[in-house]
Design a protein around this ligand. Structure first.
Ligand code: SF4
Length: 424
């Protein structure tokens, strides 16, 4: 059963609010373009806004230092000392010892400096005078009745080369990627297209995009693409602009349908993860309901056709928001001592109280063989880079299984519908 877009959930997490888009003039930020470009419905459904957690706060602090590093590198304003930022409380696994805080600060600083150096390196072959715009507000501008805009981490422009480069600094670990000239990162591409639209007299002849994600779980921290071919650059602008127009037209359609009391079809996929509209989304609700029927054993996964298997596989991320919501709801019921929730307690496993003291004790006992090295990124700065390079290899490639026919929500829903019919 889907929650109607006009209804609120019966209870909300502490500090959460609900934002309902203005259907007469919806606004979309390019920071979430990877979601609304694939599922226009997500741009117009209500959104659950929760207070930012420690990981997001850590990203905000890291961005402050990154902004400073860019300003220093491109000599913007008066030179200043690196801002002193501190790790927010509540970071997972963080010990908050003086040493841990110092290491964190050093790492944040090092990452910021690398970010600025890498961004500047994209203009090494240009005459001086590259203009670096930091945390630049782009738009909002209205296309097909939809307002679109956002804040770009970095936009760089060299007037002599007529080179425009868009960049993004990500401090999270889930890989984002810069994409390629043909398939650029949607956030970066939208910022560039909208900025160029705001400054039509500039007409870039060369283009580039980058994403720097120093703590990425896998893949390269620094990723970029670009072209110095004027025709390719102009074609890119046209193509990316058309793409953005098409996506915004779909959002406009979704808004007018919703205003008339109808929902356009949801398009579930990997982009559903963390979708703030999952509570109102029919796809998340239907898949969650069907998953329970599978759990009940009405039928087995082996009964699906290969096409149905791949359609369901392509839509699997729709379950994540559903599960997150469910967990949150159970937690809230427990907090109010609701009788439907029982708590079973298992004594926690024994864990080290002071990891640093354990390392010391093991070294004194001459048992270095029991120590585990930290992640490669954590060792950055602690050992010379050449030494790190000599010690590093690559984990096996990660295989991603993708449905040949792409996402087929109707086929996936149809596969589940079989269960529903049989049960009746
Ligand atoms: S959960 Fe997925 S399918 Fe549903 S609205 Fe969000 S992005 Fe669209």
């Amino acid at each position: 059963m889907t929650l109607s877009p006009t209804k609120d959930p019966i209870d909300l997490p502490q500090g959460a609010t609900i934002k309902r888009p203005d259907l007469a003039a919806p606004f979309v930020s390019f920071s979430s373009r990877s979601r609304w470009s694939k599922c226009a419905l997500s741009a117009v459904l209500p959104q659950l806004r929760t207070p930012s957690g420690p990981a997001a706060e850590e990203g905000t602090e890291a961005h402050k230092v990154a902004e400073w590093a860019l300003a220093e590198k491109f000599k913007i304003g008066t030179p200043a000392d690196m801002p002193v930022v501190v790790p927010p409380q509540g970071l997972d696994g963080f010990t908050y010892t003086e040493q841990a805080i110092n290491d964190w600060q050093a790492q944040v600083g090092q990452h910021a400096i690398t970010y600025a150096d890498r961004a500047a390196s994209l203009f090494r072959d240009c005459a001086s005078g590259t203009h670096c715009m930091i945390e630049v507000k782009v738009g909002p501008t209205t296309i097909h009745g939809v307002k679109v805009g956002g804040v770009a981490d970095a936009l760089l422009w060299n007037d002599k080369a007529k080179r425009l480069v868009g960049g993004d600094y990500k401090y999270g670990r889930s890989p984002v990627g810069a994409g390629s000239l043909d398939e650029p990162n949607p956030q970066v591409a939208a910022a560039m297209v909208l900025w160029a639209r705001q400054a039509p007299h500039l007409e870039p002849d060369q283009l580039g995009g980058f994403v720097y994600q120093p703590r990425v779980r896998y893949g390269d921290a620094w990723q970029c693409w670009g072209t110095t071919d004027a025709t390719a650059a102009q074609n890119w602008m046209e193509r990316e602009s058309d793409k953005l127009h098409d996506e915004l037209a779909a959002v406009a359609r979704a808004a007018s349908e919703l205003a008339a009391g109808r929902l356009v079809d949801p398009t579930p996929g990997d982009h559903c993860t963390y979708c703030p509209s999952a509570r109102w989304c029919p796809a998340a609700a239907a898949y969650g309901q069907a998953a329970l029927q599978v759990e009940a054993g009405t039928k087995a996964v082996v009964d699906w056709t290969p096409e149905e298997v791949m359609a369901i596989w392509a839509a699997r991320a729709a379950f994540k928001p559903f599960e997150e919501d469910l967990k949150e709801r159970v937690k809230m019921l427990h907090e109010v001592n609701h009788p439907s929730v029982q708590v079973k307690r298992r004594t926690g496993n024994r864990i080290w109280d002071k990891p640093a003291a354990v390392v010391e004790a093991l070294l004194i006992a001459d048992r270095a063989d029991l120590l585990q090295p930290p992640g490669v990124e954590k060792a950055s700065g602690a050992l010379p880079q050449a030494e790190i390079d000599a010690l590093v290899t690559r984990a096996p490639d990660v295989l991603t299984f993708v449905a040949t026919d792409g996402k087929q929500p109707e086929r996936a829903a149809g596969a589940f519908a079989k269960y529903l019919q049989e049960k009746q």
